[in-house]
Design a protein. Structure first.
Length: 229
């Protein structure tokens, strides 16, 4: 017989950690960034694990994969731009190693889409911004906010701006957020690739973008990491 060391009454057994969290902006941090080979064996990607830091969904996780090497140049560029955006959101635009992205707070813009294989809803990360932009909004919700962008979604030179991926169709409505969402202009946007563009990536959350709006790594920036896998 062994003492558990905690009271089970303090934990809600009805929380489903496999159900997507509602779309919105969340303060989070990357706790895992593992370099892996894709299923075809033709390239490598970083498997990111984000943990939500506060609010109703604290300790929930969101997963995201980004290519660092791929035979499809467009797929490779998309992934490298996203990693560059993460680095800028963390205040480190010259990231050289995936470990430099770990255990630091940043804001992630989370949406929901249906998985192409299972048709089940899943979370997708569509943007990154600095934690300072999130805190300034939460602390001063009536302060001076950048104007909401028009349908053209033009890039704005706004403090805290980092990167935003194109929106996807949501399958449910988010509940009321505990902090005021960031304005669209606080993220930099990209565009979807052509519909017939095929990318080889594991069945997990995936980003799509073509227009470079943040710092882009030169080819081979993660070459040393790739050789290890």
């Amino acid at each position: 017989m062994a003492n558990l060391g905690f009271s089970t009454q303090a934990y809600d057994p009805n929380i489903n950690f496999f159900t997507p969290i509602p779309a919105g902006d969340y303060l989070a941090m990357i706790d895992k960034a593992d370099v892996k080979m894709n299923k075809a064996g033709t390239g490598h990607y970083i498997a990111f694990s984000y943990i939500i830091l506060e609010g109703q969904y604290a300790e929930r996780r969101v997963f995201d994969n980004q290519n660092i090497s791929h035979p499809n140049q467009q797929a490779e560029n998309i992934g490298r731009r996203a990693i560059s955006a993460i680095g800028q959101a963390l205040g480190n635009p010259n990231v050289q190693d995936s470990d430099q992205l770990l255990n630091q707070p940043l804001v992630i813009k989370v949406t929901i889409r249906n998985n192409k294989q299972s048709n089940e809803p899943e979370n997708v990360i569509r943007g990154w911004a600095s934690k300072d932009s999130y805190q300034s909004v939460a602390a001063n919700p009536m302060g001076n906010m950048p104007p909401t962008q028009t349908a053209g979604m033009q890039q704005q030179q706004t403090p805290g701006v980092v990167h935003q991926m194109p929106p996807t169709q949501q399958v449910n409505q988010p509940p009321q957020q505990t902090s005021m969402p960031l304005q669209a202009s606080q993220f930099v946007q990209g565009n979807n690739p052509p519909a017939n563009q095929v990318q080889t990536q594991p069945a997990a959350t995936q980003h799509v973008a073509t227009t470079a709006t943040a710092h882009q790594y030169p080819t081979g920036a993660f070459k040393s990491a790739c050789r290890e896998f």
